[in-house]
Design a protein. Structure first.
Length: 155
């Protein structure tokens, strides 16, 4: 049985956000994510039914470099939304890419990017998140932890 790694994220309100991680075998060899999709949610607390951010994505098309499906949803000016609400944001989750977004396949890389406008509406404070990959009924929670946002001063 495996458990998700603990990784706390500290970011700034109103700044572009980027996170790249590499999913690897214990030997350090990258795992291909060719059949997987990903999802990440940020909430004020693990039990909160409302979300602050929802990010989904899939393996990239290695010809175009675009994720087959990718979406960022934020809470807009209210900061939170239910599963059916929210405001579309700009950004993506791309899978099987390098930190620069190159799509040569089999890298095990997951790249998440969220634009500054979407991050501007994320409430300052200490929130919670997790990141999962899934294929059919197989789900692997990769990382989880705090998603801390420092308040924007210049606005």
């Amino acid at each position: 049985m495996s458990t998700a790694g603990d990784y706390d994220i500290l970011t700034d309100q109103g700044s572009s956000f980027s996170l790249h991680l590499s999913y690897q075998e214990d030997s350090g060899v990258a795992k291909s994510l060719n059949t997987f999709s990903g999802r990440m949610q940020v909430r004020r607390s693990p039990a909160d039914p409302d979300m602050i951010l929802s990010i989904t994505g899939s393996t990239c098309d290695h010809t175009t470099g675009n994720a087959h499906a990718s979406a960022i949803t934020g809470g807009g000016s209210t900061g939170e939304f239910t599963g059916t609400g929210g405001v579309a944001g700009s950004g993506y989750m791309k899978m099987d890419v390098t930190a620069q977004g190159a799509t040569n396949g089999g890298t095990g890389g997951i790249l998440i990017s969220i634009d500054a406008n979407t991050m501007e509406d994320v409430p300052a404070g200490k929130h919670w998140y997790d990141l999962e990959i899934y294929s059919g009924v197989t789900v692997h929670k990769l990382i989880k932890g705090r998603f801390e946002v420092d308040r924007e001063i210049t606005r």
